[in-house]
Design a protein around this ligand. Structure first.
Ligand SMILES: Nc1nc2c(ncn2[C@@H]2O[C@H](COP(=O)(O)OP(=O)(O)OP(=O)(O)O)[C@@H](O)[C@H]2O)c(=O)[nH]1
Ligand SMILES: [Mg+2]
Length: 285
C-alpha cells in the first residue's frame, strides 16, 4: 500500500508553515489523519505538532557557529540540506513504515533549493523508493502577485520547481484573506491567466523594448501549454481549503486504494421499531 506526501515549497514567508497547520486542522475536521515533518533547519516558529523535525538532525545556528565552515545563513542552510541528503536514514527511522500515512513536508524558503540544488530531487526520489506518492505544492503570496511583472516572476519560480522535480504540482496563491475586495476581484484574472492579453494590457510596464519580445515569447509558451495555474488559498475559508486538498489528493490518487468502510451495523429490530413508530405517528396525525 502506498503512502502519500505533499512537499510544501515556496519563497520565504509565502505561508508554508501556516499552510501546514491549516491543513492539519482541516484534515482533523474531516476525520483524516495528516502529519507534518519540519524540514526547515532554521525554523523558529510553527504551530503544528511534528512527526519529525530536521533540527533534531542538524541546525543552521550550529553550522554558522562552526569556525571551520564559516557559513552565513544561506550557506549554512545549503550545508544543512546537503547533510540531510546524506542522512536519509534519519528520515526513514522517523517516518516509520505505516501504510496509508499522509505526510506534509514543510520545506525551507530558499528558492535555490527549487531551482538548481539537487537535494529536493534526491528527497523526492528517496520518498518514491519508500513507496510515497509525492505531490509538490508551490505557494506564492497573493500580495506579490497583483502586478503582471511580479506575477510572471512567480509563475517562473513555480515552473522552475516543476521542471526540476518532475512530480505533479499544485500551485497555490496564499493569504487571500488579506486582499481587499477590489484586489480580490482583480486577482481572479491571475488564477487562470490569459498571458497574451496580460502582456497587451500591461505593455507600458515592460519598459525595455529589447526584452519585450523575450517576455512575450515566455508568456506565449506558458499560455499555449497551460503550464501554470493557481488555486486561491484563504485560511479562513474551509470550502476553498477543501478544493485545494481535493486537487492534491487527485494528483496522487489518494483514496483510490483505501478499503471501503462498512456502514455501522444497525440493530435490525431496533430500526424496524423506529420505522414503525414513525409510521404510526404519521397514520395517527
Ligand atoms: N492573514 C494571513 N496571514 C498569513 C497567511 N499565511 C501566512 N501568514 C502570515 O505570514 C507570515 C509568514 O508565514 P509562514 O507560514 O511562517 O511562512 P513560511 O513560508 O513558512 O516562512 P519561512 O518558513 O520563513 O519561509 C506569518 O506572519 C503568518 O502569520 C494567511 O493565509 N493569511
Ligand atoms: Mg516556515
Amino acid at each position: 500500500m502506498p503512502r502519500y506526501a505533499q512537499l510544501v515549497m515556496g519563497p520565504a514567508g509565502s505561508g508554508k508553515s501556516t499552510y501546514c497547520s491549516t491543513m492539519v486542522q482541516h484534515a482533523e475536521s474531516l476525520n483524516r489523519s495528516v502529519q507534518v515533518v519540519n524540514l526547515d533547519p532554521a525554523a523558529e516558529y510553527f504551530n503544528y505538532p511534528v512527526m519529525a523535525d530536521i533540527r533534531e538532525l542538524i541546525q543552521v545556528d550550529d553550522v554558522m557557529e562552526d569556525n571551520s565552515l564559516r557559513c552565513g545563513p544561506n550557506g549554512g542552510l545549503v550545508f544543512c540540506m546537503e547533510y540531510f541528503a546524506n542522512n536519509f536514514d534519519w528520515l526513514e527511522e522517523s517516518l516509520g513504515h505505516v501504510e496509508d500515512d499522509y505526510i506534509l513536508f514543510d520545506c525551507p524558503g530558499q528558492i535555490e533549493l527549487y531551482t538548481h540544488l539537487p537535494v529536493m530531487r534526491q528527497l523526492v526520489e528517496q520518498l518514491q523508493q519508500w513507496e510515497f506518492r509525492v505531490c509538490g505544492v508551490f505557494l506564492v503570496d497573493s500580495q506579490f502577485m497583483v502586478e503582471s511583472f511580479k506575477f510572471i516572476s512567480g509563475v517562473m519560480a513555480a515552473l522552475s520547481a516543476m521542471v526540476s522535480l518532475e512530480i505533479p504540482q499544485v500551485n497555490v496563491m496564499t493569504k487571500m484573506d488579506l486582499l481587499a475586495p477590489k484586489a480580490k476581484k482583480e486577482i481572479e484574472k491571475y488564477l487562470d491567466p490569459d498571458m497574451y492579453s496580460m502582456m497587451e494590457d500591461n505593455s507600458d510596464t515592460f519598459r525595455s523594448k529589447k526584452f519585450k519580445k523575450l517576455t512575450k515569447a515566455i508568456c506565449g509558451l506558458i499560455d499555449d501549454y497551460s503550464m501554470v495555474r493557481f488555486l486561491p488559498f484563504d485560511r479562513t475559508d474551509e470550502e476553498g481549503i477543501n478544493i485545494v486538498l481535493q486537487h492534491i489528493d487527485f494528483s496522487i490518487q489518494y483514496g483510490e486504494d483505501l478499503e471501503v468502510k462498512e456502514p455501522k451495523e444497525v440493530d435490525e429490530e431496533q430500526s424496524n421499531l423506529n420505522y414503525d413508530e414513525i409510521f404510526q405517528d404519521k397514520v395517527s396525525s
